[in-house]
Design a protein around this ligand. Structure first.
Ligand code: NAD
Length: 379
């Protein structure tokens, strides 16, 4: 059984899908692992570290991918990359499938079996495979660090001989995995933190981190959580009430961090231009949802926009800004999943197509798109 770790096609992606730790574990399962030279460089992993863990280091993508039974990646491969793989090769990555049906067709046409890690069901058995959580956690942390770095005042209250520096007021919108980590990080830096969410379950979690919860708690709010624990898209009426509540609040904040997402839908717009303009000069807004359309009016993916003395931070790929940590967690998520696809006695792939995790994540198989969310019938 051959496992390949090629460099990412997108050269701006600093993360890598395997670490020396996971390579060693795959080798322990009887696999031969090939890593493309330089694949781990941006995550501070040297080729020699992979070699010491038991991998062979291949010079080119072709040499790495040829003959591989399993290909580990961070992002979906291009159709051209998929064609370098043998028919039936398993590719595991964050596939970003929504709105990218043509790319999925490309993978199907290349004959690879593609698994989307972000579609992993959030059940207890799959917790160790939850890439959305592992990466969102780091993104939430980094959002606060990025905000603190751009903020030209101190975050904690400081009592000095020259007088008192007041603590920064931080408001976190969306208290999922990223938001909760942002709250915890801002609290560690000494900020006064408030947060909002549309899921009632978030209220207690926010309070347990020492932040104050702010939300329109009407009947719609009480029913807003789906069976999977995700948020629903809220009605126009709810959004209007929410906007009114947060408008007053945002005007008093120094830093606003937005993390609100709804699976498969564009990010809800939560911060209007007028709200940004209500903030004091030097205030910071971080839009962690910028790549999914953004929660903040005026945020731009990959840019720090200055609007009327307020900086709106819209960095792309925020987990990639903590690449070494993000790769470490991502590689472990991948190992935990791929291990379940392997027959340990035969030291070969043995995929149980009826397994709940397999059925939920497989996108393409035997030349077809098979996932029901993307026009497929069944795996
Ligand atoms: P996410 O990234 O999909 O969204 C981020 C947050 O934005 C969510 O909390 C969502 O409710 C919120 N949001 C959406 N629309 C909003 C709006 N209009 N205003 C304010 N907030 C809005 O969420 P996530 O981080 O993936 O987490 C979603 C839930 O899943 C959480 O309850 C989390 O604790 C839970 N979870 C469960 C498991 C598990 O059981 N294994 C693992 C991870 C997360």
């Amino acid at each position: 059984m051959k496992i390949a770790v090629a460099s990412e096609t997108d050269k701006t992606e600093p993360r890598v899908a395997a670490t020396p730790e996971t390579v060693k574990k795959f080798v322990g399962l009887g696999a031969q692992v090939a890593v493309q030279a330089g694949a781990g460089e941006a995550s501070r992993i040297r080729d020699s570290d992979y070699a010491d863990a038991g991998a062979t280091v291949a010079k080119t993508a072709d040499a790495t991918l040829k003959d591989a039974d399993v290909v580990l990646r961070v992002r979906r491969p291009s159709a051209a990359d998929a064609k370098k793989m043998k028919a039936g090769a398993v590719v595991v990555a964050v596939m970003d499938p929504y709105g990218n049906e043509a790319a999925l067709k490309g993978l199907a046409d290349a004959g690879v079996t593609a698994f989307a890690m972000e579609l992993m069901p959030r059940i207890t058995r799959a917790q160790s495979m939850d890439v959305l959580s592992s990466q969102a956690n780091l993104a939430g942390y980094r959002a606060v660090i990025d905000a603190a770095a751009e903020y030209d005042r101190a975050m904690p209250m400081m009592m000095t001989a020259a007088g008192t520096v007041t603590a920064a007021r931080v408001f976190v919108m969306g208290a999922g995995v990223a938001g909760l980590q942002a709250i915890a990080t801002a609290r560690r830096l000494g900020a006064v933190v408030t947060a909002t969410d549309v899921r009632p379950a978030a209220k207690e979690q926010v309070a347990s981190l020492g932040a104050k919860f702010i939300a329109v708690e009407d009947d719609e709010f009480k029913a807003a959580e789906t069976a999977g624990g995700y948020a629903k898209e809220m009605s126009k009426e709810y959004q209007a009430k929410q906007a009114e509540l947060v408008a007053d609040h945002i005007a008093k904040q120094d830093i606003v961090i937005t993390t609100a997402l709804i699976p498969g839908r564009p990010a809800p717009k939560l911060v209007t231009r007028k709200m940004v303009e209500s903030m004091k000069p030097g205030s910071i807004v971080v839009d962690l949802a910028v790549e999914r359309g953004g929660n903040v009016e005026g945020s731009k993916a990959g840019e720090v926009v200055v609007h009327k003395d307020v900086k709106i931070i819209g960095h792309d790929n925020v987990p990639g800004r903590v690449a070494a940590s993000a790769s470490g967690l991502y590689a472990r998520n991948l190992y935990a999943f791929v291990e379940t696809l392997i027959d340990k006695d035969k030291k070969a792939l043995a995929i149980d197509w009826d397994d709940q995790l397999v059925a939920a994540t497989v996108l393409t198989r035997e030349g077809k798109v098979v996932h029901p969310n993307f026009g497929g019938a069944a795996p």
